[in-house]
Structure formats: structure tokens, C-alpha cells
Ligand binder design. Structure first.
Ligand SMILES: CC(C)(COP(=O)(O)OP(=O)(O)OC[C@H]1O[C@@H](n2cnc3c(N)ncnc32)[C@H](O)[C@@H]1OP(=O)(O)O)[C@@H](O)C(=O)NCCC(=O)NCCS
Length: 189
């Protein structure tokens, strides 16, 4: 008897679900503003996103939108550092309407960085976000740094930043993840 591995069954299920759902990833356009603001407010309660002590107007950044059967299903926003040698993922989120959207948006962010000639792409997530910490490592990203206490310092200036995050964990630190990109640029947009 031929026993199919769990991994192969999972991969078949992935292919089936991707075929059924018609996922599109495309660059952010002005018409997406309303959906992007709603998405940012749903996950971060603001479109002003703090990372590494810098505040980003995330609704004005470039990035990509995911659509499932034509409906908004998530987005990634990106900031090219000065000189464009590296690119930061400022936000990544999806609505969980189907599996694989977060992975597709992260791959699109890497393609965006390559297309702009970046050598490195990086992001931070807060210490409470254990799902994201797992998610990035599963997708080949590496720990780059621990920014201990950085959220506490920003909160001293912005007291409206929430104190408790996922699972009631106190939000204190940012964990930086990175991925070094191949030198050959692979433009997708
Ligand atoms: C972090 C976040 C974007 C991850 O998205 P996600 O929807 O969990 O990501 P995916 O669906 O791509 O992957 C999750 C699982 O789905 C499954 N999956 C991935 N691609 C798939 C596909 N094409 N078909 C079927 N299943 C798939 C996998 O089992 C995967 O698990 P794995 O990590 O063990 O491989 C999402 O949880 C989110 O929006 N969180 C809130 C905002 C946030 O915290 N963002 C990160 C901080 S910046």
C-alpha cells in the first residue's frame, strides 16, 4: 500500500484551495486607500506605524494588495531606506479568507525589494506576536536583532500604544527579521 505523506496531502490541499480562490497580488493603487486604512486600523488601530523608533504613514507607502475573487484580502506596505539598498516591510496583514495570502504578500514584498535593487529586506515584529515570529522563520527569514524595550520608549511619547498584545503578553520589544536577497534583480512590476 502506498501511504501518502502528510506534507504531500497538505501540498495537494494547497493547490486545490489556491485554484478555487483565485488569488491576485498587485501593486497598491490610489483606489485602495479606503481598504488599506481599514486594514491598518483593524490590526494596528492607526495608519501611523512605529518601527525602530520611526513613525511611518503606512497608508501613503508603496506595496501590494491581495485580492481573492476580486475582493480586498490583505496588503503589505513597504519603505525603501535612503539609497534603496534595503527595504523595510512596515506592515503585512491579511484577512484569513484563505490560506496562503500572507505568504504570497511576503513573496511580493521580496520581489518589490529585488526589483528596486535592494540587497536586504527586513522588518520588525513585536515580542507578543508569536504567530508572526513563527511565520517569518518558516519562510526563511532570520533573526537579525532584538530591540529591547523600544516599544516602552515609544509608548512614553505615545501613551495610546497598547500595553498588552496577543495572548495578554506585554508589548515591550521589537524583534528584527531579515532576508538577504540574490544579486540578480527579478522584477515583477
Ligand atoms: C502574519 C500573517 C500575515 C500571516 O498570514 P497567514 O495567513 O497566517 O499566512 P499563510 O496563510 O500564508 O501561511 C500560514 C499557513 O497557511 C498554510 N498555507 C500557506 N500557503 C498555503 C496555500 N497556498 N494553500 C493552503 N495553505 C497554505 C500553511 O500551512 C501555513 O503554515 P506554515 O507556516 O506552517 O507553512 C497573518 O497572520 C496576519 O495578518 N496577522 C495579523 C497582522 C500581523 O501580525 N502581521 C505581522 C506583523 S508585521
Amino acid at each position: 500500500m502506498r501511504v501518502r505523506s502528510t506534507a504531500s496531502m497538505r501540498s495537494r490541499a494547497r493547490t486545490r484551495s489556491l485554484r478555487a480562490m483565485s488569488l491576485t497580488i498587485r501593486p497598491i493603487e490610489p483606489r485602495d486607500l479606503h481598504d488599506i486604512r481599514a486594514e491598518l486600523h483593524a490590526h494596528w488601530h492607526s495608519h501611523e506605524i512605529w518601527s525602530l523608533g520611526r513613525c511611518h504613514q503606512a497608508d501613503a507607502l508603496p506595496g501590494c494588495v491581495a485580492e481573492v475573487n476580486g475582493a480586498f484580502a490583505g496588503c503589505v506596505t513597504l519603505n525603501l531606506d535612503s539609497g534603496a539598498w534595503q527595504c523595510e516591510v512596515i506592515t503585512l496583514s491579511c484577512r484569513g479568507v484563505a490560506p496562503g495570502i500572507g505568504s504570497a504578500l511576503l513573496a511580493a514584498a521580496e520581489d518589490f525589494a529585488r526589483a528596486h535593487g535592494c540587497r536586504r529586506i527586513y522588518l520588525t515584529t513585536t515580542n507578543d506576536n508569536t504567530h508572526a515570529i513563527r511565520f517569518y522563520q518558516r519562510r526563511g527569514w532570520h533573526f537579525a536583532a532584538l530591540h529591547k524595550g523600544i516599544v516602552d520608549r515609544v509608548r512614553a511619547l505615545k501613551p495610546d500604544l497598547p500595553l498588552l498584545g496577543f495572548d495578554g503578553i506585554q508589548i515591550r520589544d521589537e524583534i528584527e527579521f531579515e532576508r538577504w536577497l540574490d544579486s540578480g534583480a527579478r522584477a515583477t512590476q
